[in-house]
Design a protein around this ligand. Structure first.
Ligand code: EPZ
Length: 459
């Protein structure tokens, strides 16, 4: 598809302002939570990204009326007529996102049955759903796995459970929350994930009438209630998108004010950004990130669950690390295959070597298992333009950063994938002075994405 290629002329700094809206990793889940209520919910600060449109479609298939609210970026969801959707209609969403798995608990509570299509999402590892199915069974659900997807029922209702996760999985923690809030009795979840997006989901559920406490030792306790109402909530800002723009500023020697970025959610990132040699200033309305001049410093870094360094920050930061002087070490401990994108950076002139050992940090689940999950980055490297094919969401944005930092012209293929998580990224790039264009047939035209994430050209 012609529109799916972006031509990027690199070599000039990104300068100006972008705004981040609600977090991609909260908004679709808060939309699922609306299913649990018996009154309409209002979600604010909703970004126009593909994942939101997918969940909107899924909710509508289940009888939820979804419409724009009075405020800009506000969605209203009215679940008063929830019904079982047609399996073939749901199946049309197969492979589009990982969010459908989170509909299990809410649908079992509301209509006693659920069909979940085969999941999609970024190919950054095997991404199994075993934890999800195990916790659903602990609540009393039966799961029938068939080639087209999962059929779930709860013949005796859903009951609170004592659960300990083998790993603090974000999605499984959300699964437990969305199921336990209306299960009979209390649920205790040990080794839970506590990412800011999860805490924000807990805030949403509490507004609906749920009783949830979070202890400092990764233990979440939920007392089930019989009925939940609606909520009005402003989604927390997207700290992953914020960090992506920060890395773009650093790698291109630029200066970007990210309106909406919040210090509290980005503390770990900010520490690393400063260690590498980036400068930032926290202001009331956002955070300004810039390259202060001089050399960037190599660092050793390990990704981890919150409050560690988020895995989704890793890929954009690696591009900036190609510009640091010396050897940087990155140990990816959350996903086993999230460093494959570096081969394209090498093609552009970077020197990045991958290892299957756990380098520079504590041994992780992937050590001794032949996954290339550690990287040594030798810099600074002079990057040059190349033909790139986007592998996944964050890897894709990282390719854009690399293309912008490189000398010469790059063709970035598969840019439509970026619309899954970055609202109007073309428009934002243009506002920062990036020189990007569609292929020659439509040359000289700036591009933008509409609220549905579809790419179109603007004169
Ligand atoms: C969420 O994925 C995010 N996605 C990811 O963001 C993010 O990288 C990840 O959390 C970690 O922060 C959304 O919120 C939609 P996990 P999730 O369950 O919930 C293993 C982005 O670019 N695991 O915390 O799917 C799994 O394989 C995306 O914005 C199992 O083994 O992640 C991984 O190694 C990409 N079995 C680890 O746990 C399971 O049943 C963490 O995964 C579930 C997970």
């Amino acid at each position: 598809m012609q529109d799916d290629v972006l031509i990027v002329h690199g070599g000039s700094p990104l300068e100006g302002e972008v705004r981040v809206k609600g977090a991609k990793n909260l908004v679709p889940k808060a939309m699922v939570a609306a299913l649990l209520g018996e009154e309409p919910s209002r979600l604010r600060n909703v970004p126009g990204i593909r994942d939101v449109h997918i969940v909107r479609g899924l909710l509508q298939l289940h009888g939820v009326a979804v419409y724009e609210g009075d405020e800009p970026d506000e969605l209203v969801m009215d679940p008063s007529s929830v019904e079982l959707a047609n399996v073939a209609d749901i199946d049309a969403h197969a492979g589009s996102s990982r969010i459908p798995i989170l509909l299990c608990g809410p649908l079992l509570h509301r209509i006693g049955r659920a069909f979940i299509p085969d999941l999609g999402g970024c190919r950054i590892g095997d991404r199994p759903i075993d934890f999800h199915l195990n916790v659903l069974r602990e609540f009393g659900a039966t799961v029938d796995k068939r080639p087209e997807g999962l059929y779930l029922e709860a013949p005796n209702g859903l009951h609170g459970a004592k659960i300990e996760l083998p790993y603090p999985s974000v999605g499984t923690t959300e699964q437990v929350l969305l199921t336990a809030v209306r299960a009979e009795g209390t649920t205790e979840l040990r080794n839970a994930a506590v990412e800011p997006e999860i805490i924000d989901l807990i805030c949403v559920l509490q507004k609906m009438g749920a009783i949830i406490s979070v202890a400092t030792d990764r233990v979440i306790r939920i007392t089930g209630v019989e009925r939940l109402g609606g909520y009005t909530h402003r989604a927390l800002p997207d700290r992953l998108e914020g960090a992506s723009w920060a890395c773009a500023a650093l790698a291109t020697q630029g200066d970007v004010f990210v309106r909406g970025a919040r210090q509290l959610d980005m503390m770990t990132f900010l520490n690393v950004f400063r260690q590498v040699g980036g400068a930032f200033s926290v202001e009331d309305e956002g955070i300004r990130f810039w390259h202060p001049g001089g050399r960037l410093r190599a660092i050793a870094l390990e990704t981890d669950v919150h409050p560690g360094f988020q895995t989704d920050w890793q890929q954009p930061l690696v591009v900036a690390l190609t510009q640091a002087t010396g050897l940087s070490i990155v140990h990816e401990t959350v996903y086993e295959s999230r460093l494959g994108f570096t081969s394209a950076l090498n093609q552009m002139g970077a020197t990045i070597q991958l290892y299957s050992e756990c380098l520079g940090g504590t041994p992780c689940r992937f050590g001794q298992r032949n996954f290339q999950h550690s990287a040594v980055i030798s810099g600074p490297a002079k990057l040059h333009g190349a033909d790139l094919v986007i592998p996944d969401l964050r890897g894709g944005f990282s390719y854009l950063i690399a293309a912008l930092a490189a000398e010469g012209t790059s063709r970035v293929h598969g840019i439509d994938l970026i619309n899954r998580g970055y609202e109007g990224f073309h428009t934002k790039l243009a506002a920062l002075g990036a020189r990007v264009e569609l292929p020659p047939q439509q040359s000289g035209i700036a591009v933008a994405a509409d609220a549905a994430g579809a790419v179109h050209s603007v004169a």
